[in-house]
Design a protein around this ligand. Structure first.
Ligand code: HEM
Length: 460
């Protein structure tokens, strides 16, 4: 919490993109701008200014909770249109943030992951049966689409005891389409050019948001109608658990906002992370071989392994693969901070109290601290010794401070187990010679990424 004395002479490059707009890939555009203009620049879009920062020294300052806190900026204000005061989009001083945080924290302690493990495994097996069937027919699998089926069913079952049955459907559950359109709307509504008529988009958005709300009501009533008062999952805690200090419970409006928040935050980013990890394994035979070897050591040539909770902790390399995939492509690619008091960032750049700063995570993850070949996929960067030697602020895929991701352990347990099972079972065939293209819908995913599969034989 030391306040650097500032001179305020830091001139920040201003890049006006109003003429071209932010396009369909604003994160990748911001990455190009940062490469050209450096680790601090101001992007101007039709009167909306965003200050982007991406170097380790400045992000280290922004992570100081005494000087900075989470900023609910224009993008999250738009998400608030459908998630309101849910945990992700709540203002720091909104009482429901602290209340829900305290009530839900126990659901994310390590012990709770043990409780979710069986549901996670059950859904992982659904994906595997579906892939086995494709393999039998020789048809490709759509990786991001199936990862999304898997992660949506997992958060539904583990968090809410609700089954989206995504693998029993030809098309993804309609929740997914409506959610993606809502996220897209909140991204595209930023910095709209003056004078445009957006009433049709806005109306479509309202109807999608209303649909999401009906799914949420279904999830809640499935539980309450059954008179089920379990408190060992997210929904049970929301409906029943009193606040540890003041004894009150969450009100129904807030519970609905939390359910929608968790259904979205709980699957969209994990799905992208798994898809990027598979992409990188496909292109890196050595990393893949090491992952296979690790799973072979645990499960031998068992046809249908029965991973235990502890097994997942032993998949160290597989976990490093995921960490490295999230370094190159942090699927929630930016988060914002605001100054608590007037200050100078880096002793040079003046910031007023309440002013927002956006961390461009993919470029932080390519800072010089990562060495001279930051584009190289290299999971050894996450070996324990390498991690211990590096600043914790060099790596922020889950955000920072008390508003960092509550679901981190959930995501990593689910994703590590699935990735382990997949590399143990399949040979991945790059039938299109896939070249990475990234689709943005507020989060990042590989676009058009398909694979064909074969079963591994003992010789593989
Ligand atoms: C917050 C990333 C998985 C629930 C965040 C934030 C990031 C993030 C960057 C901070 C946002 C900010 O500062 O504005 C990720 C990534 C994930 C993931 C990359 C997967 C690889 C999950 C899962 C859940 C979840 C599985 C739930 C089961 C949340 C919630 C918050 C949050 C509720 C808001 C926390 C608060 O402000 O109190 N996540 N997340 N996330 N995440 Fe995640």
């Amino acid at each position: 919490g030391t306040e650097p004395s500032g001179t305020g002479d830091g001139a920040v490059p201003v890049v006006d993109i109003s003429a071209v707009g932010a396009g369909a890939t604003p994160v990748q555009q911001a990455m190009r701008l940062a490469r050209r203009h450096g680790p601090v620049f101001r992007r101007r879009l039709n009167g909306l200014d965003t200050l982007f920062v991406s170097s380790l020294d400045l992000v280290t300052e922004l992570a100081d909770e005494e000087r900075f806190s989470k900023y609910v900026g224009p993008a999250l204000e738009n998400v608030r249109e459908f998630a309101a005061d849910g945990l992700f989009t709540a203002y720091n001083d909104e009482p429901n943030w602290g209340k829900a945080h305290d009530i839900l924290m126990p659901a994310f302690a390590l012990g709770s992951m043990r409780a979710y493990h069986p549901a996670m495994l059950r859904v992982a097996r659904r994906l595997i049966s579906s892939w086995d069937a494709r393999l039998g027919r020789g048809t490709p699998v759509d990786v991001p689409e199936d990862m999304t089926r898997m992660t949506l069913d997992t958060i539904g079952l583990a968090g809410f005891g609700y089954d989206f049955e995504s693998f029993a459907r030809e098309e993804p559950h309609p929740f997914v389409g409506a959610m993606v359109r809502c996220l897209d709307w909140s991204m595209n509504a930023l910095g709209r050019a003056p004078g445009g008529d957006h009433s049709a988009e806005d109306e479509a958005f309202r109807s999608d948001a209303a649909f999401l709300a009906t799914v949420v009501d279904d999830v809640i009533s499935a539980r309450t109608a059954a008179g089920d008062d379990r408190t060992d999952d997210l929904l049970g805690l929301m409906l029943g658990a009193p606040h540890p200090v003041d004894g009150t419970t969450l009100d129904l409006a807030n519970i609905r906002n939390q359910v929608i928040t968790f259904l979205i935050a709980g699957h969209e980013t994990t799905s992208g992370a798994l898809s990027f990890a598979l992409h990188h394994l496909l292109k890196d035979p050595v990393a893949l071989r090491l992952a296979q070897r690790e799973t072979d050591e645990l499960w031998g040539d068992t046809e249908d392994p029965e991973p235990t909770f502890e097994d997942v902790g032993r998949l160290r390399w597989t976990r490093q693969v995921l960490s490295e995939a999230l370094r190159l492509w942090p699927t929630a690619a930016a988060f914002s901070r605001q100054a608590r008091e007037d200050t100078f960032l880096g002793g040079r750049y003046p910031l007023r109290a309440g002013q927002g700063v956006t961390v461009l995570t993919p470029l932080l993850h390519r800072d010089a601290v990562w060495g001279d070949n930051p584009e190289l996929f290299d999971p050894t960067r996450f070996a324990p010794e390498a991690e211990a030697a590096r600043s914790p602020h060099a790596y922020k895929p889950f955000g920072t401070g008390e508003r960092a991701c509550i679901g981190r352990q959930f995501a990593l347990h689910e994703a590590t187990m699935l990735l382990g099972l997949l590399v143990h079972r399949y040979r991945f065939i790059d039938h299109t010679g896939y070249r990475l293209r990234i689709k943005e819908t507020l989060t990042l995913k590989p676009d058009g990424f398909t694979l064909t599969l074969a079963r591994r034989t003992p010789a593989d």
